[in-house]
Design a binder for this molecule. Structure first.
Ligand code: BG6
Length: 496
């Protein structure tokens, strides 16, 4: 698959990566395994150095031991681990300190100075906030006060993890904090879905082929459905999740990313600005979402999960119907659903095409409409369904599935983790796969008005559903009212 940019083809420029929250879960499970894979594939400059910052007192060696465990458990390149590890681990140092103490930043500046003078990293710095969002303002302010935000002589960038606020207001406040210290073009907001190969492939599929794009509009598409189903529950994150719920956790970010990539117009060129401009236009065209257009659910047993309020009304499932009011999509419903503790883990996008205009064959009463499914995960691939003649007498037809799987074509385990791509792009300065501030604000505006209706309704209809099901039956009814049904085309995984 051709990559969006050429950034993945070359080794990165030398840089120092500074991870705040270095002793945390994200660092261990995602960031270090991603850096390790990049190092194994020789895509990181030899001069890359990583400074881990966190409150827990740790020696460099103890920090490296923690990282080793993380890479052993979550890394993609285990066989190379033993030979490469010492050279890889030597690039890591640890700095223990409080996030609000200027002394931490003074020491950080000293270490940076040391690397920059001994390794010729040109002052290239990538700060990564792998810390709880309440700490973002304080760290960013301290970085500013220590003068660590300057791009001198080359660049300084800041990666921020979601959630970017919990509504328009708080996300604007966060932007204000960030923009007091960093320019917007220095800020890289991660939505890890954009780092998934198959999500990027929506763009290749649409814009590197002629045949599909011709039909990708209201003249041929009957409706679009996007399913983001998880079989897991809230696990150990209920403290956060119970305050967020499915709309803030999945719809405002990941689901809207899939929707915008599916619905957007072709950008004129492939760069961060053009791509993100087109995505914002889609968000601007989404018809305001209303309570009546959705089905809200909570899985049975959610209230018994640790850290969940016993009377919690937090939705863990939502199904929504919406429209995109623009020339291409006028009148085409988009059905969206996401939930936890559903039957399978599967993320898929299906375009169902219109029925044939005239039934030619008497026997073909039950002709199935064509459909195309993009399987984002876990069975990454594509399915195209069409009717074919059943051999033998008459003109009876039957639907067949023409499919493509990444594994079959490119080999198993070939798909890099989303963080590999995103870290690489951030070091190369390609922001195409990161969310821009106006994109986030518009997404919040859409969900804010929906959540406002939900929160101010005297008894918002929250339906309990069985774990392992496909959510409330009312979600099926939402489709059935329009003579349609949820489709499950990509297989999926029972427990992932
Ligand atoms: C996160 C959400 O952003 O995405 C989680 O906070 C969710 O609740 C996760 O489980 C899903 O990501 P993936 O990559 O496993 O589909």
């Amino acid at each position: 698959m051709p990559s969006i940019s050429s950034s993945t083809q070359h080794q990165t420029p030398p840089a120092v990566i500074i991870i705040f929250g270095a002793s945390g879960d994200l660092t261990r499970r995602k960031l270090i395994p991603a850096l390790h894979s990049l190092a194994c594939e020789d895509r990181l400059s030899q001069a890359t150095r990583v400074i881990g910052v966190a409150r827990t007192p740790l020696t460099d060696q103890a920090f490296r031991d923690q990282l080793y465990e993380g890479v052993t458990e979550y890394g993609r390149h285990k066989p190379a681990l033993r030979e490469l590890w010492p050279r890889f681990a030597d690039r890591f140092t640890y700095l223990a300190g409080s996030y609000d103490d200027p002394e931490t930043y003074r020491q950080l500046r000293e270490r940076l100075h040391h690397f920059e003078t001994t390794l010729d990293t040109h002052g290239n710095r990538l700060f990564y906030l792998a810390i709880p969002p309440v700490l973002y303002p304080v760290v960013v302010e301290q970085l500013g006060q220590a003068g660590l935000n300057r791009s001198d002589p080359d660049w300084t960038r800041l990666i921020v993890e979601k959630p970017f606020g919990r509504d328009v207001e708080s996300s604007r406040q966060l932007d204000e904090h960030l923009h007091r210290v960093f320019r917007e073009d220095q800020v890289y907001r991660i939505d890890h879905y954009l780092g998934k190969e198959t999500v990027q492939n929506i763009l290749s599929f649409r814009f590197a082929n002629t045949i599909f794009e011709l039909m990708w509009n209201r003249n041929h598409v009957d409706h679009v459905q996007i399913t983001m189903a998880e079989s897991v529950g809230v696990e150990h994150r209920a403290g956060y999740y119970d305050q967020a719920g499915v709309v803030r956790d999945m719809v405002q970010n990941h689901l809207f990313q899939l929707l915008t990539l599916t619905a957007m117009e072709p950008p004129v060129v492939f760069n961060a600005k053009a791509l993100r401009d087109e995505k914002v236009k889609v968000l601007q065209a989404i018809r305001p979402l209303h309570l009546a257009d959705g089905v809200w659910g909570q899985y049975r047993g959610y209230r018994e999960e640790p850290d969940v309020a016993p009377d919690s009304r937090t939705p863990t499932f939502i199904a929504l119907k919406t429209y995109i009011d623009n020339w291409r999509w006028q009148g085409v419903p988009f059905y969206l659903r996401s939930g936890k503790r559903l039957a399978l883990k599967t993320t898929e996008i299906t375009l169902q095409f219109k029925r044939v205009p005239h039934l030619l064959f008497a026997e073909a009463e039950g002709l199935n409409p064509n459909r195309l499914s993009l399987c984002i995960q876990p069975n990454e691939g594509m399915h195209l369904y069409f009717e074919t003649k059943v051999p033998g007498a008459g003109m009876q037809t039957s639907p067949v599935d023409m499919d493509f799987h990444y594994d079959d074509r490119f080999g198993e385990h070939i798909l890099p983790d989303a963080y590999e791509r995103l870290l690489l792009d951030a070091i190369h300065g390609d922001a195409s796969l990161f969310a821009r501030s106006d994109e986030i604000t518009r997404a919040w505006e859409l969900v804010d008005s929906l959540l406002e209706e939900w929160e101010h309704h005297h008894a918002p209809p929250l339906i309990l559903y069985e774990p392992g099901s496909w959510g409330p039956a009312e979600a099926d009814a939402l489709m059935a009212r329009d003579g349609r049904a949820w489709l499950q085309s990509c297989g999926g995984q029972a427990s992932a």
